[in-house]
Design a protein around this ligand. Structure first.
Ligand SMILES: *Cc1c(COP(=O)(O)O)cnc(C)c1O
Length: 408
């Protein structure tokens, strides 16, 4: 690392905020620029055949902005290596592509919709089969097929009901059978949770969400420490070519520098909102891992930084689907939109939007009822967010009642 980092006493390991700002962020050795330029060149000069001037040959294989971003994510996830991809979905696809035909994967049931789609509709086409489990800690050992199971896929917290998986418990079982564990850490971000510290082998993110954090980049990343994985996944990153642009890497790296500030504020705000919801007579139940009432609170305490709950929560509103829809139309600060993890607060109705593709009985078995509202808390003022939620609740419940009475 450069500049101010060298002036420290060199004894303690830099902590998260210091790494977020400085990891993978060298000053330009020629101009002294504090911020790296965007390296748009697709190709790099060679002085003789096979001898490039610097480290680079062709931008799909590697690029300075991608390298810098990858180094920063590796540092924040306590990994040796990170590889960036053109989306979170491309990251998932590349990892699944690394498995031989005939491989078997055990996955938690409540995965991101696009992950579920890839597992059920794409992976099978190249001979990789996925079994889903609603309680993976209890059932993983029974679902493992001795010679075929190569991967266990965890997403914690789950989407949109915020259930938690004990990564260490699953990783210990998996490793007894020589199986790798992947954790999709998108919802928590590396600030709140570091899955490799709990025994996972690969951590992935949709960078589109918290890491970039400004709702203006689509990108993904995988981080890990194994040399074998590095060789295999680097090969596939280049061979498949689902790589992000230098500009997107530069933007996502800029976003990552404030991840700790945003993640802390989002947690503070989500806690304020979750407590207000829990106290409201218009709310049936609240799913937020930061609340003492959360069924997996004990996992949050051991797996999340300071037991933080993160910026995501969901709740069931009284008045059914109608009230849920009205709530999202009535908010003035929360925007009705899919996605999450940006500086701006968003809300949506999973049963009608992000999870509409899942059959109703399966959805409800996973707790995704028609009256469930999912909320991504941004970094606006927490009191304003709370007041917005409370006024939207009043309006939604009154509106839903009026429609019921009017139509009966
Ligand atoms: C958004 C998301 C993805 C997919 O990422 P894209 O960048 O949209 O392709 C994967 N997992 C989770 C948990 C997500 O929220």
């Amino acid at each position: 690392m450069t500049g101010s980092m060298e002036n420290g006493n060199g004894v303690t390991q830099p902590r998260f905020g210091t790494l977020a700002v400085h990891a993978g962020a060298p000053h330009d050795p020629v101009t002294g620029a504090v911020i790296a330029p965007i390296s748009l060149s697709t190709t790099y000069e060679q002085t003789s055949v096979g001898n490039p001037v610097g480290l680079y040959e062709y931008t799909r294989s590697s690029n300075p902005n991608r390298d810098n971003f990858e180094q920063a994510v590796a540092a924040l996830e306590h990994a040796k290596y990170a590889l960036a991809f053109s989306s979170g979905s491309a990251t998932t696809a590349t990892i699944l592509q690394s498995l031989a035909a005939g491989s078997h994967v055990v996955s938690v049931s409540d995965v991101y919709g696009g992950t579920h789609r890839y597992f059920t509709k794409v992976a099978a086409a190249h001979g990789v089969h996925v079994t889903f489990s609603p309680c993976i800690e209890l059932h993983v050992e029974d679902l493992i097929r001795p010679n075929d199971t190569k991967l266990i896929w965890i997403e914690t917290p789950s989407n949109p009901t915020l259930g938690l998986v004990d990564i260490k418990a699953v990783a210990e079982m998996a490793h007894r059978h020589g199986i790798l564990v992947v954790v999709d850490n998108t919802f928590m971000s590396p600030y709140v949770q570091n899955p490799l510290d709990h025994g996972a082998d690969i951590v992935i993110h949709s960078v589109t969400k918290y890491i970039n954090g400004h709702s203006d980049v689509l990108m993904g990343v995988a981080a890990f420490s194994s040399e074998t994985l590095k060789e295999r996944l680097t090969f596939l990153q280049n061979a498949i070519g689902a790589v992000p642009s230098p500009f997107d890497c530069w933007l996502a790296h800029r976003g990552l520098k404030t991840l700790h500030l945003r993640a802390r504020e989002a947690t503070t705000n989500a806690t304020i909102v979750a407590q207000a919801l829990e106290a409201s007579p218009h709310v049936l139940s609240v799913n937020y891992p930061g609340l003492a009432s959360h069924p997996h609170r004990a996992i949050a305490i051991k797996q999340h930084r300071n037991g933080m709950g993160g910026g995501m929560l969901s709740f069931r509103i009284k008045g059914g689907q109608r009230a849920a829809h009205l709530f999202c139309q009535n908010t003035k600060i929360f925007t009705l939109a899919e996605s999450l993890g940006g500086v701006e607060s968003l809300c949506e109705v999973p049963s009608s939007m992000t999870h509409a593709g899942i059959p109703k009985d399966q959805r409800e078995a996973a707790g995704v009822f028609d009256d469930l509202v999912r909320v991504s808390c941004g970094v606006e003022d927490g009191e304003d967010l709370k007041l917005d939620v409370l006024q939207a609740l009043e309006g939604a419940v009154a509106g839903a009642e009026k429609m019921v009475n009017g139509s009966s």
